[in-house]
Structure formats: structure tokens, C-alpha cells
Design a protein around this ligand. Sequence first.
Ligand SMILES: Cc1cc2nc3c(=O)[nH]c(=O)nc-3n(C[C@H](O)[C@H](O)[C@H](O)COP(=O)(O)OP(=O)(O)OC[C@H]3O[C@@H](n4cnc5c(N)ncnc54)[C@H](O)[C@@H]3O)c2cc1C
Length: 751
Amino acid sequence: MNGSSTGARELILVGGGHSHIQVLRRFAMAPPPGCRLTVVVDTPIAVYSGMVPGFVAGRYRREELEIDVVPLARRAGARVVLAAATGIDVEGRRLRLEGRPPLPYDLISFDVGSTVAGLDLPGVREHAFPTRPIGRFVARLDDLLERARRRTAERFEVTVVGAGAGGVELAFCLEERLRASGVAAAVTLVEGGGRILPGYPETLVNLLERRARARGLRLLRGRRVEAVEPAAVRLDGGEALPSDVTVWVTGAVGQGLFRDSGLATDQRGFVRVGPTLQVEGHDELFAVGDCATLIEHPETPKAGVYAVRQGPYVADNLRAALSGGRLRRYRPQGDFLTLLNLGDGEALGAKWGRSFGGPWVMRLKDRIDRRFMRRFQVLEPDGALTAGFAAGPPMGDGAPMLCGGCAAKLGQGRLEEVLRRLGPPPADPSVELGLESPDDAAAWEVGGGRRAVASIDAFRGFTDDPYLVGRIGAVNALSDLWAKGARPRWALALVALPESAPGEADEEVLFQVLAGARSVLDAHGVTLVGGHTTTGPELLVGFTVEGLIDEGERLLRLDGLEPGQRLVLTKGLGTGVVLHADMLGLARGTWLEAALSSMQQPNAAAAELAARSGATAATDVTGFGLAGHLAAMARASGVAAELALETLPALPGALELLGRGVRSTFHAENARLRNGMRIEPDAAGARLELLFDPQTAGGLLFGVAAGRAAETLAGLRRAGHDRAAVVGRVVEADLAETPLTVRARLADPSA
Ligand SMILES: Cc1cc2nc3c(=O)[nH]c(=O)nc-3n(C[C@H](O)[C@H](O)[C@H](O)COP(=O)(O)OP(=O)(O)OC[C@H]3O[C@@H](n4cnc5c(N)ncnc54)[C@H](O)[C@@H]3O)c2cc1C
């Protein structure tokens, strides 16, 4: 048993497929007893394949076929880990993940779908458009259409390889889309077997063949594609079929995850499960949807309808497995309603051997699909709750939720007041940066012209994923040294483990925190030399970091800004509001993913570029927000600064959330600075609020000569700082001593 001694067991849902979204919805309404729930997904967005052909035909927008697993998981009280599962250590009861340490489990359910067969045939990965992962296929549709627009020949040749239901729908829907965009397309559907739609009623095949003839689609049966080339597919026998775009829909095969882990799989690599959906020989593992083969019904097709039906069973069985109750036995339905979208407003259908078609069938399919999607879409594209969820109960117990990370701070004024009351410490001539000139880090001489630079940072966990808290905590702490132009060398860790998780569980939390920290420290030549652990009401992680500045190298102080310089910011703003929204279940998964990725980006390369660009002052933007940190720099330097709102880089979702009134807990405190700023009348709205959003592991902010701003920016972009921007300029301090002026735009901020 890996669960903590408090009795909570670790339940992991891997994959956000058709079954698991139902499990999450059910668990949101009635949480399962005695477990901690974690959802592991390779991507936060689950694409509903049933609407993909309609999307290809141009009848649905992309967001209409997407289910955002993150807010759904949050409503179920689940921790979310954004990483692909790569294997299972069944002996050690650990789930292996890509790029991070494994997670312990007591129970796992897999709903990871399938991949397409034949990806290893020559040229398929390079030149074809495989339909799996389906999110990637959807994301590449524009690329496909662009190729059609740029065609040089009169006719644009499209080959769809595989004439199962998915291939047939895609062939018809692509033909429709290309024709509607004015492209003369010739679509060929190639099927290795003797008939299209294997396994479906003959009457449906006949109907479909008639429609194909009417629409000018070519059907090539009994031919296998053996290779894909840039402008052709190579058929068995060597014949080349011209193909400007090749769509690869060759039937489902397993992902390799199960076979590689030594579990029982069938010939195609699908894991074998019994009627309770438990993996053969492993009652602690469940598997549903495409990734599983039912031992008693191995012929069951790989279709979403089965994954949908299995959802309630696996939800009930997980609950029963946790509480020691009886498990339900799943029996696949003998037949299901097939509905094939032909892209032109018509669909064909089949049930119980009878087939039918027409616009009414498409209307029926559209109604069924949309109704299904509405049950799982928590947020609108702009982050507002969808009607169904807005009407439901709010998340949590109604108590205000406090932010962690750098948003959990004591106000700047209060700290200054305490230090004033204490009085200055005894003079020490070796100290270059100390309390009398507060900066991001302290610095003192260590002989030989060298200076040691040190900083300490600690914060409450800002997410429920201890690996990320350790990793981002380390990036955040090292940023203080990078901002000062120092090379970080040593670190000590302080970890307060939650008192609620004693025993084995807190050992695991500590392991995950330190593994996250080490992943950053090791990569930057920083040695973890010691630390301290304790317990407390909640997870708290901190680091003392120390680095060096050699003789002749510049210590980048806060007080070195010079009038005329341009202000460069290396990362997007908005981590505070996105993390806060995520706590409330209001952050879209892609927003959270972008914020987490930004926070994990080290500022090492940015610091190097700042030094090379001749920066004279720098800071890292954290809890006091851009306005707070810039005001401190300007005051210390005896200058003023002008910010151009339109240039502020925002992380995805930040403006939408701020625009809807969502605020991190420390936002209001930061926004008090507003009274001491000059804000031009046209500088307003969500972008203004971005200035006060507290950042965790934010970007560097530094001043460079105006003439070097453009090359600095280009260097930052090359180093992967895609959102880096020149956000304003340094000017002479004015008489009114207003350190910051905010305008909507500057006439020419980078000139
Ligand atoms: C174009 C097309 C149209 C189709 N139309 C229909 C239809 O109309 N009706 C129908 O019944 N079937 C349809 N299908 C088949 C259907 O897509 C599948 O049967 C269905 O998606 C299977 O659902 P699932 O829950 O098993 O997995 P999926 O829906 O594929 O979900 C798998 C989930 O797991 C995640 N994941 C994958 N690997 C990992 C990993 N290693 N770690 C963590 N997470 C992971 C994925 O991101 C995804 O969220 C269609 C297929 C295609 C290609």
C-alpha cells in the first residue's frame, strides 16, 4: 500500500478519454471515499473524435470538439499532472512518466486510447497526416489546407489511407472542405481489405458507395500502401499514386505502454481486461476504451461508443475497489448506432443491419454530439463557466482560497517598517548589498576581487504537484542570483511537509520536491549542499542559494537604471491570476500549461544576454508584480520609468481572467501602488491590472541602452524567451517624484 498512514489511497486516472471524462464528472458530484485522485494527461485537451470530421468539413470550430480536462479534474478535487505516462513498474507500484520521476499508486485506471497502425512504414511519419494523436491531427489541419491553397497543379491529389469509419468520414469531409474553398481536389480512399467499412452492414456500404460516385470520390480496394513520399503514395507492387496530401487512418493499435511494462496484451498491443475492466492478473489496474481488449469479447470494435459506455462502469468499479464493494461486470452492447458525417450536411446511419441517410441523419448526429460535449465542457473559450456548470454548485467549501507561490507575501511597506524598527545592523565593510540598500540578493566581498551573492526564497505550495513546486521554487530562487549577474553555485533546501500526510506519504512528497529542485539545480551546475526539513500546516518549500561574481564582472544592482535606457522584460505576465483561477477551477488547461511552462523556464540565458547587452540594472519580477519591482528599481536609481501597456506580454488567459475580475490574493495589495503612479486616461482595463499581478518565477527586468534593445530582444527570442518585450523606457525623475507613468502606448518605445 502506497497511500499515507491517514488511509488515503492513491488513485491515478491516466488519459482523458471518453470514459475518464465521465469518471471525473461523477467524482465531481460524489467524491470517491478515502483516496487522493490524480489525473495524468499528456495534453490538457481531449479531442472528441466524433466531431473531428465535421471540423475538417469546416462545420465546427476547434473549441467545439475540445474537452478541457483540467477544470473538469479540478471540480473532481483531482491533482493534475501534465505529462505522458510511459510505463508501469508493477512490482514497485509506480507509474512512469516522461521527463519526471514516477508516481506511486494504489489503483490506476487507463483510458489512453490507441495509435494508428503502420506509422513505421517508410515516409509515414515524415510525409503523412496520421489521425493519432488526434489533437495533433486537428492542429495540423490548417497546414493541410495551406498546402492545398499553394498547389501548383490544376488538381490537388488527396489520399486517405484506411477505409474504416474514420477514414471514410475524413475522405468525404476533406473533399467537401476543399471544394468549398475553391480547390479542385481528387480524393482517393485506399483500403487494404476487399471492402470499405469492414464490420459494418452491407446496406451501409452500398449507400456509401453510391454517395462516393456522386461526389467523385475514388475507392481503391484490396491495395496496400507500403510507403509515403512527399508527392505520392507507393502501393504494393510498386505503383506510385500521386498524392499531395496523405491522411493516415489505418486502424487502431496499442501504444506500447502495456506490452513494455510486461502486462498481458493481445497481438495489437491492447491490454487484456476482464469483465470488471481490471487488467488480467492485476486487480489494482483498470483499463477502458480503445486501449483495452475485453478478454471475453475480443472482437469489440475500437470505437468511442464503447469507451463512452464503459465510463459509468469504471467509475463505479473504482469506487468499489476503494471501499471494498462489489464490482460491476461490463458487457459490450451487440450493436450501436453508426452515424457517418459526409461533410455536405448529410450523414449516413446504420443500426440493427438497416441503413439510412439524409440531412435529418446529420441533424441527429449533431444533436447527439453537442449534447454529449455540453456535459463535459466546464469553461467557455474566454474562461467563463458554461451554462450547465454556472448553474451548478461552486467549487470548494466557499471559503476564500489563498494563493501560494510568490503571491503569498508580506506587503513591502510592512517589511520596511519592521526593518526600520530594528535599526541597522553593525557596519561590515565587506558587505556590498545588504539591508541598507535592499536588493534581490545580498552581496559581499570574499577576497581576490570576488563577490559572493546570496538569496533566500520560500513559499507555500502554489500547486498540488510537489515536483513542480520544487522545480519552480528552484528556478525562482536562482533568478535572484541571475538577476544580479552572479553565477549560482550552491543551494540549501528548506521543506516543511504537511502535517496531514505523515509516514510514507511525506517521504514521497519530500522526494518529489527535491527531485524537482535537483532537475533545475543539476542542470545549471548548482550543488545542493544541505537543507532542513520540518512539518507544518501545509507544504512550504524554500531555498538559500549562493553564487559568485568574479573580478571584472558587473554586479547588476537595482539602482543602476539610467535615463534613456529601454526596459526589457523576458517573460509574460499573469502567473498569479492563472494559478489563482486554477485553484477556483476557472483556468483552461492550456492557460495553466503555459503558465507552468513559463515558470519552469530558467532565467540563466536571459541573464547572460543582459550582461552581454551592457545592462546596468536588473531585477526578477516576482510577488510585487511588474509595477512594484519597477517602482523599486526606479526609486533606488533616482529615475522614473514610462511603461507602454500595449507592449506588456501577457500569458495566455491572463487578460481574459483579469478582464472578468479574477484576482490573485496579493493583487489588491500590489495595486495600492496605483496611488503613487501617473496613469494616463487611455491606459485602462485588464492590461493595466497585469502590472499588479504577482508573479512566481517571473522574468528578468533590466535596462539597456536604447540602441541595443532590438538586438537584445532578438537574442532573447533565440534563447526561447518567446514573450520577451521592450515594455518601456527610463526617464529623468520628475519633480513630483512619480516613479512610474503608464501610457497605453509610447510613441516609439524601442527607439
Ligand atoms: C477521424 C475519426 C473519427 C472517429 N469517429 C468516431 C465516431 O463517430 N464514433 C465512434 O464511436 N468512434 C469514432 N472514432 C474512434 C474513436 O476515436 C476512438 O474509438 C475513441 O477515441 C476511443 O476513446 P478512448 O477513450 O479510448 O481514447 P481517446 O479518446 O483517444 O483518449 C485518450 C486520451 O488519453 C490521452 N493519452 C494518450 N496517451 C497518453 C499517455 N501516454 N499518457 C497520458 N495521457 C495519454 C490522450 O491525450 C487522450 O486524452 C473516430 C476515430 C477517428 C480517427
